[in-house]
Design a binder for this molecule. Structure first.
Ligand code: ADP
Length: 303
């Protein structure tokens, strides 16, 4: 949707008549002498003001929609590219194996099969993420919220990061407060959300990766924070990274694989738990994502 095409129409059919009407209204107010003049004048000015506010609000909605549509197009282009790249390399290696070019060289054969397996894993991760997103956006994901131990959830997310640590090591420190209350959670979903934050912390940091995961109680809220020592996130991006398809503009980030859906999914999961997710970051000093969940009030203590 090209918003620029709407502007001349708005100027010709809304703003110009509105300006004229406003002038008439003001003239009546200034030069009118009877009570009736003041009523008409005020009515005209109020109606024109409402028209202008209404047009501005409509434009704001259109602008948002246009932005999402643009992100969506970029996303489809990117996903098509992301799907094609592994497929091309799978096809190449399969053909090489079929032609028997690597026969008699078991090491290279194993290497080729390893690459095929990696690419298949990449493809299925991407497709799973897309399906996950589609299901969530349609509100079809069911959550089984049960009182759950925070330590178990955090530890299972950290354990799920292991395969990535084997490829690119990172120092992962976990600090979980003793006697933390439980939270009402779908363990699988919440652990997926934390894993997503951990994977981001891992992929967006440089070579000396340090990730700190903390869980603590503040008032009636359990705060789980994933902090990294990466480049951080610029203030204007901090507001937008939770939008679907949004990826920060940093050219360095663009070289890192991603769909721009991760944090949007995390936000939906956290919301389904009655919680909130926030980010704190000073560019150059890393980023800290915090998931805030209401602590579960145990029946016995509640009674
Ligand atoms: P993806 O990682 O697939 O691009 P996300 O929704 O997970 O999508 O993240 C959106 C954007 O937020 C990323 O493209 C990246 O620019 C930024 N981002 C997320 N986590 C971090 C982090 N820990 N450090 C720096 N930037 C981050």
């Amino acid at each position: 949707m090209k918003l620029r095409r709407v502007y001349p129409l708005i100027i010709a059919f809304v703003l110009a008549p509105a300006a004229l009407m406003m002038t008439v209204g003001i003239l009546i107010l200034v030069f009118g002498s009877e009570a009736r003049d003041y009523v008409f004048g005020t009515l005209i000015v109020a109606l024109v003001a409402t028209t202008i506010i209404g047009t501005a609000a409509t434009l704001a909605v259109l602008y948002r929609e246009a932005r999402v549509a643009k992100l969506q197009t970029d996303f489809v282009n990117k996903v098509s590219h992301d799907l094609r790249t592994p497929l091309t390399s799978i096809r190449m290696f399969v053909e090489t194996l079929q032609m028997g070019r690597l026969q008699g060289d078991p090491t290279r054969q194993a290497e080729a099969l390893g690459i095929i397996a990696d690419e298949v894993a990449r493809l299925s991760a991407l497709i799973n993420r897309l399906l996950d997103w589609a299901r969530m956006e349609a509100g079809r994901r069911n959550y089984q919220l049960v009182p759950s131990d925070v330590r178990g959830i955090v530890e299972s997310a950290v354990a799920a990061l292991e395969p990535q640590l084997l490829i690119q090591p990172a120092e992962v420190v976990t600090e979980i407060e003793e006697h933390l209350p439980r939270v009402r959670a779908d363990r699988g979903a919440l652990s997926d959300a934390l894993l997503n934050l951990l994977q981001n912390a891992h992929k967006y940091t440089g070579t000396q990766k340090q990730i700190l995961v903390t869980a603590r109680l503040v008032g009636p809220t359990v705060l789980i924070t994933v902090k990294d020592n990466g480049p951080g996130i610029a203030a204007p991006d901090q507001k937008r990274i939770f939008e679907k398809f949004y990826r920060a503009k940093d050219p360095l980030d663009r070289t890192i694989e991603g769909s721009g859906l991760g944090l949007a999914i995390v936000k939906l999961i956290v919301k389904a738990h009655g919680g909130r997710i926030t980010v704190e970051s000073e560019p150059g000093k890393g980023a800290a994502f915090t998931v805030a969940l209401p602590a579960y009030v145990e029946e016995a203590s509640a009674a």
